[in-house]
Design a protein around this ligand. Structure first.
Ligand code: MRU
Length: 343
């Protein structure tokens, strides 16, 4: 992705120094900063505290962390695997990447490094393909609603839900994106809008409860969201608030697409009820974060002292609300997923 005329991936790894570098998403859009993580514990902490977030980017970072662990100390690899896996429970890409790099590392450190790099490269290529397939669904001047950030920041490059939007824009169509603010962490307002702005895609941020209003007005032609884990039957875990958007879209007859690489499909989980939902700190709900007039980032409390909050990070949208999955292997219906189990 191009920022200030320079191409960046969200996360990358230099095996000769054993350093993982990533864009610090906690500071965006207020500051563009690259952080350098010198060992697997630092990389795992960056996943936990959401310096890096989004299913594909979490997966690539976790794979790199596992490779770092092998470089640090072969004997500690098993313990490191558990440490990395404990950072965030919902995105399956994390477990997929850690497992693959761990298995490769048993053969040799260089294999672990190779595997981690190839998982990151595959992620970028899958997202590029998602863009090509998804573009076929987008009409000129389409109004597209998206939730959270499933753009290039959520992956290694291109993104999932936003990749078709970028491909559409590149092919001369003029998509208009309605960006759900996506409380509590505001990944829509902070990250998706930042990406779209930098790519010169027309967009507006809307409050999380405004989607039905625009659907009723006929402004939204389709919804595209990402996914953190897709069960074998098509039930899909994604950022909290996705479920209600899917239900409303069905009510108004608006197609609801989930864009994700195959690495997000968890064939070992039969249905959505088997997906573990991450519960996060209540302060994410009770406070809002942003810069003051001097550019210093502050947390502002927005609730009465003494009130507590609940903060599930994801919800599960049943397959019946999902029109189709935009994947790196084409557009697939939930009823067809099972056929890909061993492909
Ligand atoms: O908690 P986050 O920011 O890691 O949330 C995950 C997501 O980025 C979204 O749910 C997204 O839509 C999934 S696609 C990477």
């Amino acid at each position: 992705m191009i920022i200030n005329d320079q191409h960046y991936r969200t996360v990358w790894y230099n095996p000769s120094t054993n350093v993982v570098s990533m864009i610090n998403q906690i500071k965006l859009p207020f500051e563009f900063e690259i952080v350098e993580l010198k060992n697997y514990k630092e990389t795992a902490e960056a996943i936990r505290n959401m310096t890096v977030r989004g299913a594909g980017a979490i997966g690539a970072s976790a794979g790199f962390a596992m490779a770092q662990a092998f470089v640090e100390n072969m004997d500690g690899a098993k313990e490191a695997k558990q440490f990395i896996e404990a950072t965030r429970p919902t995105a399956v890409n994390l477990f997929y990447a850690v497992k693959k790099v761990f298995e490769a590392g048993i053969i040799g450190v260089s294999k672990a490094i190779e595997m981690a790099q190839s998982i990151a490269n595959e992620d970028a290529e899958s997202c590029r393909l998602i863009g090509e397939y998804g573009n076929e669904l987008i009409q000129n001047k389409a109004g597209i609603l998206t939730h959270c950030n499933a753009g290039w920041l959520a992956f290694v490059d291109y993104g999932s839900a936003l990749s078709p939007v970028y491909a559409a824009q590149k092919s001369g169509k003029e998509p208009f994106v309605y960006v759900d603010e996506t409380r509590p962490r505001a990944q829509g307002a902070r990250l998706t809008a930042y990406e779209l702005y930098n790519n010169k895609v027309e967009h507006r941020i809307i409050a999380d409860n405004a989607a039905a209003f625009y659907m009723q007005k006929g402004a939204i032609d389709m919804v595209i969201t990402g996914a953190d884990r897709i069960a074998a039957n098509g039930d899909t875990a994604n950022k909290i608030g996705t479920l209600e958007k899917a239900i409303i879209a069905k009510e108004f007859g608006i197609p609801f697409y989930v864009a994700a690489p195959f690495s997000t499909i968890d064939f070992d989980t039969a249905e959505g009820s088997g997906i573990k939902i991450e519960e996060r700190d209540e302060n994410e709900v009770l406070y809002y974060e942003g810069p003051d007039d001097d550019g210093i980032i502050r947390n502002i409390r927005m609730a009465s002292e003494g009130s507590h909050a609940l903060n599930p990070a994801f919800d599960v949208t049943p397959a019946k609300y999902i029109t189709g999955f935009i994947t790196n292997r084409g557009i697939i219906k939930s009823s067809e997923l099972e056929g890909y189990r061993s492909v």
